[in-house]
Design a protein around this ligand. Structure first.
Ligand SMILES: Cc1ncc(COP(=O)(O)O)c(C=O)c1O
Length: 336
């Protein structure tokens, strides 16, 4: 299968599977799993935070962050396009009694600081208490500039707010900027990282932050049913993702650019190449093309897409340059 739907579809490599089968484990709810403990301690240090917690998913890591920063009746400011506002089932409101205040994202994925300022509520019982700003990087494949992150840090300091990063694909951002991950992480009070996307682990995310916030998050993780016992099996794969697969993200980015150029050679497909900076390609498909029918035919040939007039294709560890050539030639044949 050549699967362009998402970078979540990767399968663990044999080295990960071997590490999983040999992992030393214990009951992590008792704090007894050496592989979990090692990953959490190592990743806290590596990313410049005091503490870390291994979570079942990016959704859980973000929810724990929102619930660690905010109490009942508080609110967080976020982008209208934010995954932790739009695509996580309203978890902060449903489970945390925390109100989201979404603000339209700018074209480059940032949130305008003036608009953020206007959204901060006065200390008045009519309003939820504004506590946190939450942003996402990369957002829809776009990388936020480091200067914006620095300005945002100054902004939250001025307004005594906290700052969370949904860093599901933060390593893609660091790769695109060619900076160490700490250049991004330094600006945030908490940061989540998905290990099961471009980094290729089968399951899991990390939440990083201060000892105090991660202790709160650990309590909420248990309450939410996320105490995972012998989770060292998963952390063994996660460690390989973080130590061996970060360097491979550049290949995904190069492949995304290659894919974008190839799509632009097909009549009726239009990619703005300037906007391809990580592993996501957004292609406008002309109305004259029945992309839904094409997707069904391609699927029968082992090529999977999420068809749409503004279609997202994602490159990852399990897609090579040769796979892109296979896809492009199959697509051209289907469209004849
Ligand atoms: C930006 C972003 N944040 C968080 C998540 C949630 O991750 P998970 O699917 O592991 O819950 C996703 C998933 O696609 C995502 O794209």
């Amino acid at each position: 299968m050549i699967d362009f739907r998402s970078d979540t579809v990767t399968r663990p490599c044999s080295k990960m599977r071997d590490a999983m089968s040999q992992a030393e484990v214990g009951d992590d709810v008792y704090g007894d799993d050496p592989t979990v403990n090692e990953l959490e301690q190592w990743s806290a240090k590596r990313h410049g935070f005091e503490a870390a917690i291994f979570c079942s998913s990016g959704t859980q890591a973000n929810l724990l962050a929102l619930m660690a920063h905010c109490e009942r009746g508080d609110e967080y400011l976020c982008g209208q396009q934010a995954h932790n506002y739009k695509f996580e089932g309203g978890g902060a409101a449903v489970l945390g009694s925390v109100q989201p205040q979404p603000i339209e994202n700018e074209k480059d994925g940032t949130i305008c600081l003036n608009k953020l300022e206007q959204a901060i509520k006065p200390d008045d019982s009519h309003f939820a208490r504004t506590k946190l700003v939450s942003i996402e990087n990369t957002i829809n494949g776009k990388v936020l500039p480091l200067s914006y992150l620095a300005d945002l840090r100054t902004f939250v300091n001025k307004h005594q707010l906290s700052l969370h990063l949904d860093g599901a694909r933060v390593y893609n951002a660091a790769t695109a900027l060619d900076v160490d991950i700490t250049e991004i992480a330094q600006h945030f009070d908490t940061m989540s990282i998905c290990l099961s996307k471009g980094l290729g682990a089968p399951i899991g995310s990390l939440l990083l932050g201060s000892t105090e916030l991660i202790t709160k998050a650990r309590r909420w993780r248990k309450v939410l049913g996320g105490g995972m016992r012998q989770a060292g099996i998963l952390c063994a794969a996660a460690k390989i993702a973080l130590t061996e697969n970060v360097d491979k993200l550049q290949i995904d980015h190069d492949n995304a650019k290659y894919l974008a150029h190839q799509l632009n050679t097909i009549t009726g497909f239009n990619v703005n190449i300037e906007q391809v900076s990580t592993n996501m390609v957004f292609v406008k498909v002309d109305k004259s093309i029945d992309i839904y029918a094409a997707a069904i035919t391609l699927k029968a040939q082992g090529i999977i897409l999420s068809p749409s007039e503004n279609m997202r294709l994602v490159t990852h560890l399990d897609i090579s340059k040769a796979d892109i050539d296979t896809f492009i030639s199959a697509l051209k044949t289907v469209l004849i």
